[in-house]
Design a protein around this ligand. Structure first.
Ligand code: EPU
Length: 417
């Protein structure tokens, strides 16, 4: 089993560039299922989750060709409608193939994703929306069996804001007969990026980025070429790496507009963030201040930054209250941070952090993707050496993390055993 060893206490300095966004790349690669012919995707990050979705597409009979960060996909050869348990269990986002397979083939069989470390994560709203569009859905032997000789537009209200739910239904609706309206839709930049890609393919989607998305179905879509948007969570994580090490970092290739809530909170914590033509300059020279944070759907503070922000608050003298409103079990990093000296008390969906206590290196275990990022941040700030095990979690969502941090002056390396 691989481990990352970090020698903490070094101030990070220099320039780092952000990769393409995992959560934009996954649905956009899947959207290639909706057309025949080669679509071309640039700036695709080389991540474990991206490799999984490429494997799933290949399993479905789709041609996938990768050269560096460019991925070409041709779904003209699509022959299967089944996403097997082995792939879905390693990545829940595999469920994104449900909508496009139904739209393209009139049927789909997708393993039902189970719960995961951060919560139960049901997909009832994906299924309910597809049923409203005329799909017959049954759940048997751990699989979703969906059939719809032809999908019809529907007026769908999503009880909870769901990112992949919005994306799945959008991809089903683009080839449906008539108009689909998604109400209380997710507004995340990754949803907008998918809608833009679909419109380039010939879809008619308006309102993406607002709570009401309207999709007028078309008969066919054509292949396209798309550059994946920068990863806002990776950029935010580097902002906090500057904060926790009292560093001075330039982050290039990012889209500051996607990070407004994070930038706001980081500034409140005493970190300087300056927007420059090619990116963000992040400097931390003063004592950190404690601030409260509540996770919310976009444009609120992202749940995918909560664990990393908690580390910043562990170092800020004073009390801060962190509320997690998206996932019911997203404080699993707390017990590992406590092993490094953090003073955090959790009650329900609230964590109270008594910051300003010194953190010390310790052996710790990564439990999910963003939790692993928080452990790396804590290790960078801690005195001494931290050994992080189960680092395969980090490879799901951070491209070349050790190289990028080493380039900023961090001392870290990967070992086996
Ligand atoms: N929910 C339901 N029913 C549904 C769908 C969602 O109750 O049918 C609930 C979930 O249980 C959760 C809330 O709605 O409490 C929001 O979940 P959402 O569906 O938005 O999450 P997701 O689409 O499965 C995506 C990202 C996550 C990110 C969340 C929230 C992708 C591939 N994944 O997940 O990313 O945390 O949105 O922003 O886009 C990560 O990158 O580390 C990650 C977990």
């Amino acid at each position: 089993m691989e481990k990352i060893i970090v020698e903490g206490g070094r101030r990070l300095q220099g320039t780092v560039s952000v990769s393409g966004a995992k959560n934009a790349a996954l649905p956009i690669l899947v959207s290639a299922l909706l057309a025949e012919g080669w679509s071309v995707y640039h700036n695709v990050p080389d991540l474990r989750d991206v490799r999984t979705i490429k494997r799933l597409l290949t399993d479905l009979g789709v041609q996938v060709n990768t050269q560096g960060s460019t991925v070409k996909v041709n779904a003209g050869t699509l022959k299967s409608h089944e996403a097997p348990y082995d792939l879905v269990k390693t990545m829940r986002a595999s469920v994104l193939v449900l909508g496009p397979l139904l739209a393209r083939l009139g049927r789909a069989r997708v393993s039902l994703p189970g719960g995961c470390a951060i919560g139960a994560r049901p997909i009832n709203l994906h299924l309910k929306g597809l049923e409203q569009m005329g799909a017959h859905i049954s759940l048997e032997h751990g699989y979703i069996d969906a059939e719809a000789p032809s999908l019809k537009g529907a007026d769908i209200y999503l009880d909870t804001v769901t990112v992949t739910g919005t994306e799945n239904l959008m991809m089903a609706a683009v080839l449906a007969q008539g108009v689909t309206i998604l109400r209380n839709a997710a507004r995340e930049p990754e949803v907008v990026a998918l809608a833009t890609a679909l419109n380039q393919m010939g879809a008619h989607i308006t309102g993406a980025g607002t709570p009401v998305v309207t999709i007028t179905g078309v008969d066919t879509l054509k292949p396209t070429s798309v550059t994946i948007i920068p990863d806002r969570i990776e950029a935010g994580t580097f902002m906090l790496a500057a904060g926790v090490t009292h560093g001075h970092i330039k982050i290039i290739g990012t889209e500051p507009g996607h990070l407004a809530a994070v930038i706001h909170k980081v500034r409140q914590a005493g970190i300087t963030v300056e927007q420059e033509p090619d990116g963000l300059r992040v400097v931390c020279e003063q004592t950190l201040s404690s601030v409260d944070v509540k996770t919310l759907p976009y444009p609120g503070f992202p749940t995918d930054m909560q664990a990393q922000f908690m580390v910043l608050m562990c170092l800020a003298p004073g009390l801060s209250v962190i509320s997690e409103t998206i996932f019911e079990n997203r404080f699993i990093h707390v017990s590992e941070l406590q092993r490094m000296g953090a003073d955090i008390k959790v009650s329900g969906n609230t964590a109270v952090v008594q910051g300003g206590k010194p953190m010390t290196g310790a052996p710790v275990m990564a439990t999910d993707l963003r939790a692993s990022a928080s452990l790396i941040l804590a290790a960078l700030a801690a005195e001494g050496t931290t050994e992080i095990s189960r680092v395969y979690h980090i490879d799901r969502g951070y491209e070349s993390i050790e190289q990028k941090l080493a380039q900023l002056g961090a001392r870290l390396w990967r070992t086996r055993g």
